[in-house]
Design a binder for this molecule. Structure first.
Ligand SMILES: [Fe+2]
Length: 1054
């Protein structure tokens, strides 16, 4: 499954000529010896407090313009955007794969510390804190609470070629069922989070730019009065730390597609009618769902769980700190697997319960309503069978009041029979009467108790703002953004721009704020009216007012020019609406700056925040007495801030960086009081969440002693970047004396993993256990050499038959005592879980040749892109057209001969030819189809005991070590692992290295290897494998469990 095409690229055919080959080798050699660590966020960099500031004055000067931030972006997109006219992507596929809708392939972690005693040296006491990864302009108010600002959106994980019209992308099979294009709704979910944390006083002394004194000097030199377009008063406040992360939501669908190496799910949103059904069936068989489970739409935080949501799918739980995907959430088994979960659940104002509905577009009941109590358990659920016969009516959002759950069925429905007329089953149906469904909470909820109140025809609402019961009239007041088919038209496959233009001309279908009033006694809608004319979407309020009368809402103003020019949905301003007075104020983001959904952040210690915490952040918040039921007790509604992400397209839509803006909610037209320039861009997505969680304060425990910034990136990864600075593997600083082997001991949690590797080893008949020509023999004892058994003055030795290259190396006089080994000439790019790669590793052990190992786990980009570039002969400066999928594994480079080969058979034949003097490969690894099949069967027997956290047994897991688990710091100096392929203890360590995508030097020590004696000399007369040396930290250790723990602690990024 993981085998790539077996293509031999011999030295003769791979290089255009010998001269270029020599140049290539020279470049490699120089880079390994002299190449500095690239100090950009595209490679892993550790920023210590002693690191000098880099280009700070320029960056700060650039930051002075409000509308044009020119700070150098760390992650320029290498993928050139296809033209809109390129029909291979479909019009709207292009719209949602271009510009800042382009997929982001990086997972980034960045931290910036801001000491409270940051000097006030600028004019008017203004402050700028700048780091290589993030810049902050302005200062957060003292009352601004700790919390987490999160955003989620679709972000396709493969290169854009995979999202062409179905049948034309890489590895897609055109089965002849017409077209289907990528659609925004079907991109893999990615979450972006900015943590606002307090620091302890001792930690505040650490700055990623140096000491506070150094900051002062730079700021002083940079502040000039003539530049001051954007300043705020600096007030001495809390020690702050900002932490940014973005991570994929690793759903089952995400894993399935990654395992297949290509787009697996056929598009459904942008298909013709005839192709819809076969595509849906294919998805069901191949991926287990009709539609890809992407968790890409919205977020909620309830009962201590951070959930990312998608209509019609189960919620996925995310680690609140690391953003790792924990697995699907069924609320302790209380949410049945067949009940979908809305993207917009609501906290009820009376009980504090989370009210949800589940919209099932395929089969009845198409709607299920339920509640989840504050302990995280699903309570009553009610299935609504009212539309079982005519088909589903699309539902995306709903409302709650103190007494009612208010459902909404608009004029968009799903009629399966349309497929047989060549139409898409989901249509905006202007003849359908929209209606609200009132369901009184607190009793037995069932469909018979839903009271339906008709509106008029041709109405659609994606997002409601709020609803409440008017105490004077007894009416239920509902406020939302009515859009009458706008989104379906805007996101359709073809003719989008014309559709939008026509609607705009006649003033219809533009999303605007609308009010409905329902008399529950008469069970009828008594009035409807438009409240404002501005086209807006993604409205938000102070969440403390959910279900009770509120006055203010904040929404993004739609940039209609973007819709008609490039068919992209963008927001060019933030609007604050006063629902009481009919007034509005606006903050325009500026030239080519577009914002995303905003969130209201209540002032710290306010009642509103207290309520939010009670409801949302603590599993212990079951005490519903704290729920706000008294308007008089609620503080001023807009007493707080607005946070949102904005992207700057002024330097190219996909080249700029994104920012987090903080605005005073009482005065948004004054513009942001703080701007935080992020280390990467955030593609335009869907919904956001502010989470004022007590748990966020505990994040302090995850902070390391130094400030680190790491970015996993497709960019700037060359084969020379990851391990450099030295051509030798110095071990002089290693603390070997503390390394103590304990024979055959293992941690309890390793049991499954070790048994799995034993299964593979048995099925491989011990391949990689012995070096070539191994046989036992007897000679007089010499205690300075490794022996299998010692007895009666003799030692039972292990003879070998290695090639001349290896024997000459082993017999050299300084070999045994050397601590500075030369870097191996072999480099292998390989993948755990791949039988072909396993055979190559076995051959390396049997030949006893050291090798630089570059793991290429699924989902990682660094080593894979390096392999792809090397295979295609693409230079670092022109690798924009190279994708990670271009890499064929295993891939071997030998700088001694210049050989570059792919395919296990070719590599093994080459290794035996070069390192065993042309001998025929062992039957255990000999090339051939049968050997390939047997190896894959053995590898599959290893099982799926992977490192992924799992909360339910339904969470699929991949082959052990085959998946990239989390971003990691790359070692400056290479790690060295002394191991051999057949050892189960060594295998689990190797898998851990793979999961972190950590390169290392493999020092094979199969039975009979002269390296066993060498290891004895290095480790004070001890021998045991695995044995890890880390020259970066001076660490040397034996035990596999300890090694794995060390690697994850030292190199993974939380
Ligand atoms: Fe939504």
């Amino acid at each position: 499954m993981f085998c790539s095409r077996s293509i031999t690229l011999s030295p003769v055919t791979f290089f255009r000529d010998n001269q270029s080959w020599q140049q290539e080798c020279a470049r490699e050699t120089t880079a390994w010896r002299l190449g500095p660590v690239r100090a950009t966020p595209n490679t892993e960099v550790t920023l210590s407090s002693a690191m000098p500031p880099k280009k700070d004055s320029q960056s700060i000067a650039d930051l002075r313009s409000v509308h044009q931030i020119t700070a150098p972006g760390p992650s320029r997109d290498r993928i050139a955007g296809p033209l809109l006219e390129e029909a291979g992507y479909g019009e709207h596929g292009v719209a949602f794969l271009s510009g800042n809708y382009q997929p982001l392939v990086e997972e980034t972690t960045a931290i910036l510390s801001i000491p409270s005693d940051f000097p006030t040296t600028g004019p008017d006491g203004s402050a700028v804190v700048s780091g290589n990864a993030m810049h902050v302009v302005g200062e957060l108010p003292l009352e601004f609470p700790n919390g987490k600002f999160i955003y989620v959106g679709p972000n396709p994980k493969f290169s854009r070629d995979h999202y062409k019209v179905w049948g034309r992308g890489p590895r897609q099979r055109d089965i002849g069922f017409s077209n289907g294009w990528h659609h925004w709704f079907e991109g893999d979910g990615m979450i972006y989070a900015l943590d606002f944390e307090s620091m302890k006083p001792s930690e505040a002394q650490i700055s990623d730019r140096g000491t506070p004194g150094e900051v002062q000097d730079n700021c002083t030199s940079s502040f000039t009065k003539e530049t001051g377009a954007f300043y705020v008063k600096h007030r001495r406040g809390r020690n702050r730390r900002l932490r940014y992360r973005n991570r994929y939501v690793r759903t089952n669908s995400w894993h399935d597609e990654l395992r297949s190496g290509s787009r697996l799910f056929r598009p459904l949103m942008n298909t013709s009618g005839l192709s819809f059904l076969p595509h849906a069936i294919a998805n069901l068989f191949l991926g287990g769902n009709f539609l890809k489970d992407s968790a890409n739409t919205a977020l909620t935080f309830f009962a201590g769980r951070l959930l990312t949501l998608q209509d019609t799918m189960p919620p996925w739980e995310i680690d609140t700190i690391t953003l790792e995907t924990r697995g699907p959430c069924d609320f302790g088994g209380t949410l049945p697997f067949y009940v979908p979960f809305t993207a917009h659940p609501k906290v009820a104002p009376d009980s504090g319960d989370l009210v949800f509905f589940g919209f099932n577009p395929v089969y009845p009941p198409h709607c299920t309503v339920g509640t989840i109590n504050s302990s995280g358990t699903v309570g009553q659920m009610s299935s609504l069978w009212h539309n079982a016969l005519q088909g589903a009516t699309f539902m995306h959002d709903f409302c709650v009041t103190k007494k009612y759950t208010v459902l909404f069925e608009g004029s968009m429905n799903i009629r399966p029979l349309r497929m047989f007329r060549g139409e898409h089953p989901l249509q905006y149906d202007e003849d359908q009467v929209a209606r609200f469904g009132l369901l009184k909470r607190g009793g037995v909820e069932n469909s018979e108790k839903v009271v339906w109140c008709d509106c008029s025809t041709a109405e659609m609402v994606y997002h409601f703002i709020n609803a409440w019961e008017d105490e004077d009239t007894g009416e239920i007041v509902i406020v939302g953004v009515r859009e009458d088919g706008f989104f379906l038209g805007a996101l359709a496959a073809n003719g989008t721009r014309e559709w939008i233009s026509n609607k705009l001309k006649v003033g219809r279908s533009v999303p605007r704020i609308h009010e409905w009033r329902i008399n529950p006694t008469r069970q009828a809608v008594t009035s409807e009216r438009w409240l404002f004319d501005l086209p807006v979407e993604v409205p938000r309020i102070n969440d403390a007012y959910t279900g009770i009368k509120n006055r203010f809402t904040y929404a993004g103003k739609i940039h209609t020019g973007s819709l008609t020019s490039d068919a992209q949905l963008k927001f060019d301003a933030l609007v604050k609406f006063d629902l009481q007075n009919g007034e509005s104020e606006i903050y325009e983001y500026g030239y080519k700056r577009y914002g995303m959904e905003a969130q209201f952040v209540p002032r710290n210690k306010s009642r509103a925040e207290s309520q939010a915490n009670q409801r949302m952040s603590s599993p212990c918040s079951s005490d519903t007495d704290h729920a706000v039921t008294d308007m008089d007790a609620v503080p001023v509604e807009d007493d707080g801030w607005i946070v949102l992400y904005v992207h700057d397209e002024s330097k190219g839509s996909a080249e700029g960086r994104s920012e987090c803006l903080v605005l005073d909610a009482k005065n948004i037209q004054a513009g942001p009081i703080v701007r935080i320039v992020l280390p990467s861009r955030i593609p335009y997505g869907a919904h956001a969440l502010w989470c004022t969680a007590k748990g966020v304060d505990d994040i302090d425990s995850f902070v390391h002693d130094s400030v680190r910034m790491t970015s996993e990136s497709l960019a700037n990864c060359s084969t020379s970047d990851l391990i450099n600075e030295s051509t030798t593997l110095s071990t002089s600083a290693l603390n070997n004396s503390k390394a103590t082997p304990r024979l055959f001991t293992f941690a309890e949690e390793q049991t499954d993993s070790l048994l799995g590797t034993v299964r593979t080893g048995v099925l491989r008949a011990g391949a990689g256990l012995f070096v070539n020509g191994w046989r036992p023999c007897i000679s007089p004892d010499v205690h300075t050499e490794y022996s299998l058994i010692r007895a009666f003055g003799f030692r039972f030795m292990e003879a070998r038959a290695l090639g001349k290259v290896r024997e000459d190396q082993a017999k050299s006089t300084e070999y045994l005592s050397r601590t500075d080994d030369p870097l191996p000439t072999l480099t292998l790019y390989e993948l755990e879980g791949c039988g072909a790669c396993r055979r190559v590793r076995e051959a390396i052990c049997m030949l006893d040749v050291a090798c630089v190992m570059r793991p290429c786990p699924l989902g990682a980009t660094r080593n894979r892109l390096s392999a792809a570039m090397a295979q295609l002969g693409v230079t670092h400066d022109s690798h924009g057209s190279v994708h990670v999928e271009d890499a064929q594994l295993p891939y071997l480079e030998d700088s001694r001969t210049g050989a570059k080969l792919t395919g296990a058979d070719s590599i093994i034949t080459y290794l035996y030819s070069e390192y065993l003097d042309g001998a025929v490969p062992s039957p255990l690894v000999r090339p051939g189809l049968m050997a390939s099949i047997c190896a894959q069967v053995a590898v599959n027997a290893r099982g799926t005991a992977d490192g992924y956290p799992s909360t339910t047994s339904s969470y699929r897991r991949g082959p052990a070590g085959a998946f990239y688990s989390r971003p990691s710091h790359q070692p400056t100096k290479p790690l060295q692992l002394w191991a051999y392929e057949a050892s189960p203890f060594c295998s689990v360590v190797r898998e851990a290295l793979s999961q972190l995508e950590l390169p290392y030097v493999l020092q094979p020590c199969a039975r009979g290897s002269p390296r066993r004696t060498q290891l004895m000399h290095r480790s004070g007369g001890k021998f045991q494998v695995p044995y890890l040396e880390d020259a970066n930290t001076g660490t040397a250790m034996f035990e596999s469990a300890e090694i794995i723990k060390y690697l994850r602690t030292e190199y993974s990024v939380p």
